[in-house]
Design a protein around this ligand. Sequence first.
Ligand code: DAT
Ligand code: MG
Length: 134
Amino acid sequence: MAKQQTYIMLKPDTIRRRLIGQIITRIEQKGYQIVQARQMTLNKEIIAEHYSHLTDKPFFPKLEEYMLSGPVFGMIVEGDEVIQGMRTMMGPTDFTKALPGTIRGDFANSTTYNLIHGSDSEETAREEIGRFFG
Ligand code: DAT
Ligand code: MG
């Protein structure tokens, strides 16, 4: 098992709905370590960079509006195989397919307002940790 770090971002709805604590509790219960955390406000440039694979999708304007709608809570989370482990805990992007027990399955009723971001590979984890934590 390889120790990894991943970038986790609790999106504006999570903060508005006062769900940060419940999600951090799940990460701690799993045994992962939060090695850095900070609340931040994103701008259009960093959103376009972070979601560069999606800027030409029809839903991008809605995604951008959402990510600009309030602060986010970014974290570097560490553990064995944590990149895939966190993706499993999050549940899939499509909220209708996110099973109960996953974060999106338990808390999300929309594919846009889906509470949480997690890096999807070692390469994106490295890039995203650099982008948000320098
Ligand atoms: P994930 O966040 O599960 O890694 P992604 O990187 O493909 O998914 O997309 C980033 C975000 O964009 C996702 O959390 C919500 C939004 N999104 C993706 N696909 C969408 C769709 N078909 N309709 C609406 N929003 C979508
Ligand atoms: Mg993604």
